[in-house]
Structure formats: C-alpha cells, structure tokens
Design a protein around this ligand. Structure first.
Ligand code: ZN
Length: 192
C-alpha cells in the first residue's frame, strides 16, 4: 500500500500513538489503514459416502483438486459464504450441516473455515473457476493432486473421523517452513 485510498497522499509505515505495532498511516490525513487476516469459507459437500471436489481452472494450483472455498464477503455469515462459494465453483446447492475444520495459515494471513454440507441434488457442474467437478469415493481421492495443504489435512481428518463414527470440530495450524518454502508444518490441536 503506497497511497491513501481516502486522500491520495503517500502512506508511511509507523506505530500510531497508543498502538504497539507498525501500521500503514497516511502522512496527510492521518488515516490508519489496518490490514487484518482474511477468512476463507468453504464446504465439504457430501452425497452418501462420496464428497465433491473441484479441479481448479485458475492459478494458483491450476489443474489440482480442491474443496469449493473462497473469501468471505461483507454482510454474509460464514455458513452463507461457504454455500455461496460452493454454488459459484461447483454450481452445487447444499444444506450446510456444521463447522468441521478451522485452520490458521498465519504465513499468508488466512483463516480457513470448512463446513460439512449435504448436496441437495446432483445438478452440479464446473463454475467459472473450475475445469471439472465430480464426486469421489474415499478410495478415489487424488491425494497427489490436491491443491493445498489445508485441503489435504482436512480430508485426512474427515475420512479418519468418518471411520471413527463422528465428526468433532477439528482445528489446527498450517505454517510454511522458513527454511524450505515448499514444506509445511502441520499442527492439529487435541491430537495425541
Ligand atoms: Zn489520507
């Protein structure tokens, strides 16, 4: 951020009075432009024992499979956002059941909230951001072609919990290793 979105003057980075961390502050009008993490909401759409995945038509990770998810919009609930993203990316209508996975991704300032949901019918298909949308049995999940670590970890937990007979709320952290940018560290809370 270089220029103030209110008055157009140059922005500097400094700790405002009464604050304790550097912020983007306008040198002319004094507006503090706060930057905070974003919430990504999405669904694990279920149809019997199958779940729905989308193959990405956009970067990053074009051609890889993911759960339908995206940035929460202003004025909506997390549940509504998850259902909206599922409709946009997979043209699929769902009933949201409950929150299943909450992941912190502090290295990219994102919080993921993924909800179990029930597909209402089989009239789904690729939205603008998907090449292909289909249902998968657990045995068919393309583990080597999953787009993001947060999706892989969520699916691993999901199928393990299904075998155990229930879906408790799961939460964890996924952080990029500072030494090796392609490696991720995963911490699941409450894991033994
Ligand atoms: Zn300004």
């Amino acid at each position: 951020m270089n220029y103030c979105s209110l008055c157009g003057a140059e922005i500097g980075v400094r700790v405002p009075e009464g604050d304790n961390r550097p912020r983007h502050v306008c040198g002319a009008c004094g507006t503090i432009h706060y930057q905070n993490p974003k919430v990504v909401v999405g669904c694990i759409p279920e149809w019997g024992d199958q779940i729905l995945l989308c193959r990405r038509a956009i970067e990053p990770r074009l051609g890889f499979w993911t759960l339908p998810a995206g940035f929460m919009e202003r004025g909506e609930t997390t549940q509504d956002g998850a259902a909206r993203e599922t409709f946009e990316e997979a043209q699929a209508r769902v009933d949201v059941i409950d929150l299943y996975a909450l992941f912190n991704l502090p290295h990219i300032d994102q919080v993921y909230m993924l909800f179990r949901s029930r597909l209402l019918d089989l009239n789904f298909g690729p939205g603008e951001e998907s090449l292909e949308v289909r249902l998968f049995d657990e045995a068919e999940i393309p583990w080597d072609e999953i787009a993001f670590p947060v999706v892989r970890e969520t699916l691993k937990l999901y199928f393990a919990d299904r075998k155990a007979g229930g879906y408790p709320l799961r939460s964890g952290d996924i952080t990029r290793s500072p030494e090796e940018p392609r490696r991720y560290r995963v911490r699941i809370y409450g894991d033994r």
